[in-house]
Design a protein. Structure first.
Length: 312
């Protein structure tokens, strides 16, 4: 089976990942994508948006446009308990994960995903720790208001004491719990690499998979988060091998802009596609970027470009 090209719903939702998602489904479907990613954004959305009736409505829309759900994601707001030492917070995220699996099952999707979380006892000037990788680049990302004031140093605050091993062991145990929940549904779990998290890069995701020890845990490779940490994407792809379940596609310039449409940065996409073919990858390449004033144009260009590379 050949690789397919999809698009994340939140590429079309502004200003963030919040529902409703019907408009995004319509846009992605009309452009002719093969699939779409959907998401559980907040705990409240389990009953507030993703009701049984809404799931049936969304399923009908997907059928109308011939779309698959390439993976069902659970946002940091929901899964942050997996990096906590607080048993109640861990349990809340574990329970929410199960609810996300039930939603995914109703949508006909067999891959569930979340971004690697981080202990919230570690803080930085911005609330979303993965994005704390540059000091002051005005206008790059309007979500990062705190970084518009010049700073001479990157600064994190750690609690005293900070026992990394204790956090890691707790995280492995929590991820093992949700991995086994996913297995009960017949699902694969794709962990997504983001900077400044429990598993920020390829090797740490692989280490987590090995320590969890289940055969249904693998990776969602986010190309730009690997790139901004100076990973060479074809090498990451070969490292993941059979554990690569899903790929997020966006571009970067190697300097400060890491939220570019595919083809607008300096990523060697021909080498990326070749490496994916070399490992026998036949899953989804899913476009994912935000705050794009020309979404329709850029998504159309990327879809055509990637299909050309896949067919070559």
């Amino acid at each position: 089976m050949a690789m397919k090209v999809g698009c994340a719903a939140w590429t079309w939702t502004e200003p963030a990942h919040n529902p409703p998602y019907e408009g995004a489904i319509r846009s992605v479907g009309e452009l002719g994508f093969d699939g779409i990613e959907l998401i559980l954004r907040d705990f409240e959305d389990i009953k507030g948006y993703w009701t049984p009736e809404k799931r049936k409505e969304i399923k009908r829309m997907l059928g109308h446009y011939g779309l698959e759900v390439s993976q069902f994601a659970m946002f940091q707001n929901v899964m942050d308990g997996l990096a906590s030492l607080d048993e109640q917070r861990i349990r809340r995220s574990v329970d929410a994960f199960k609810a996300g699996c039930e939603i995914s099952a109703d949508l006909g999707c067999s891959i569930v995903n979340f971004v690697s979380p981080w202990p919230d006892v570690i803080t930085a000037p911005n609330s979303y720790l993965p994005e704390y990788y540059y000091i002051n680049v005005p206008g790059v990302d309007p979500r990062i208001r705190a970084l518009q004031t010049f700073q001479t140093k990157l600064k994190y605050k750690f609690p005293k004491p900070f026992d990394w091993e204790r956090y890691w062991e707790s995280h492995v145990d929590a991820v093992r719990q949700v991995t086994r929940t996913a297995k009960e549904y017949g699902f694969r779990l794709a962990i997504e690499n983001h900077a400044n998290t429990m598993t920020p890069h390829t090797d740490s995701v692989i280490r987590l998979c090995e320590e969890v020890g289940e055969d249904n845990i693998g990776a969602n490779l986010d190309t730009v988060w690997a790139y901004l940490q100076r990973e060479y994407l074809p090498w990451s792809i070969h490292k993941y091998g059979r554990r690569l379940y899903h790929v997020h596609m966006r571009d970067g310039d190697g300097l400060a802009a890491y939220n570019l449409p595919v083809g607008y940065g300096n990523t060697d996409w021909e080498a990326v596609i070749k490496s994916l073919k070399n490992i026998g990858y036949d899953g989804y390449l899913s476009l994912e970027w935000a705050h794009d004033s020309e979404k329709t144009r850029h998504c159309t260009e990327a879809l055509q470009y990637l299909r050309t590379l896949i067919d070559a």
